[in-house]
Write a protein that binds this ligand. Structure first.
Ligand SMILES: Nc1ncnc2c1ncn2[C@@H]1O[C@H](COP(=O)(O)OP(=O)(O)O)[C@@H](O)[C@H]1O
Ligand SMILES: [Mg+2]
Length: 266
């Protein structure tokens, strides 16, 4: 049921900026895999490439053996239906109750009867521990609860693949713990493949079976969480130890400071 992702020699640029400069990696089926890197490395971009919202300049992305970017519109839609996404921006519909939010994708994408839609949505809320909150409105929820409702909504259609974009941002320690447990539990209970992108090291290492680290368009490390945390590669160490300076420059590419200041004088 769960599916694997193969990324082959991925190149993707935004203007002059090479976001991916020949990245290849394998995301195994049925496990939690984290993709990490400093802000601006291209983690969100990678998820958009995997889900077919963006197209690589070259290289291939296979999801369950299917080349995402060689699909007809309907083929891509069918593939996307098997993906659940918890994006940072994935806000709840504020004019619907919690239960209605979770029912929504089921109403739009399935032929289930209203009673079945309700039952399935209740089960998804149960899975995130919020069945009792079904009648609440989003503005009555804490940040952690809202994130969990969004999670219930994104697994409503029983995806084979879950993509999480920075799921830990803005969570207090208790809801963080709940979220970590949920990502793992859903992964094993639903037999899915989970991809978590995050810059948040500690939490991500706790949740992931495998870790990939990206930097400056390249894959700098990959393996089990233990392998990667023991890597002696200076780029990996800089990232893991949160050092501000090291082989990876912290500055966004720019003309020299001198040049900029000269411009100001002129
Ligand atoms: N729509 C866009 N147009 C141009 N550049 C973009 C766009 N979205 C992202 N970028 C650039 O692509 C790079 C990677 O962005 P992103 O994938 O959001 O990084 P991350 O999620 O790792 O923080 C950044 O340099 C960002 O400025
Ligand atoms: Mg991002």
């Amino acid at each position: 049921m769960s599916i694997e992702i193969t990324i082959e020699n991925l190149h993707f640029a935004r203007g002059d900026r090479r976001i991916f400069d020949g990245v290849s990696l394998e995301i195994p089926a049925g496990q939690v895999t984290a993709v990490m890197g400093p802000s601006g490395t291209g983690k969100t971009t990678l998820l958009r490439l995997i889900s077919g919202q963006l197209t690589p300049d070259s290289g291939r992305i296979l999801v369950d053996g299917v080349d995402v970017h060689r699909q007809s519109k309907s083929g891509l839609m069918a593939l996307r239906k098997r993906m659940g996404m918890l994006f940072q921006s994935g806000a709840l519909f504020t004019d619907m109750t919690v239960l209605e939010n979770v029912m929504f994708p089921l109403q739009v994408h399935t032929d289930l009867s209203p009673a079945m839609v309700r039952s399935v949505a209740l089960l998804k809320l149960e899975a995130v521990g919020l069945r009792g909150a079904g009648e609440l409105r989003p503005d009555e929820l804490s940040g952690g609860m809202a994130r969990r409702v969004a999670l219930a909504r994104s697994v409503a259609l029983d995806p084979a693949l879950m993509l999480y974009d920075e799921p830990f941002v803005g969570q207090d320690p208790i809801s963080m713990g709940a979220l970590l447990r949920l990502i793992q539990e859903l992964n094993s209970a639903l037999h899915i493949t989970s991809v978590v992108v995050s810059h948040d090291l500690t939490e991500t290492f706790r949740v992931a079976d495998n870790v990939f680290i990206l930097s400056q368009g390249k894959l700098v490390a990959g393996g089990t969480s233990a392998d990667v945390s023991e890597s002696e590669d200076p780029q990996v160490q800089q990232f893991i130890q949160g050092q501000a300076d090291g082989p990876v420059p912290i500055h966004y590419p720019a003309v020299s400071l001198d040049q900029d200041l000269q411009q100001v004088k002129k």
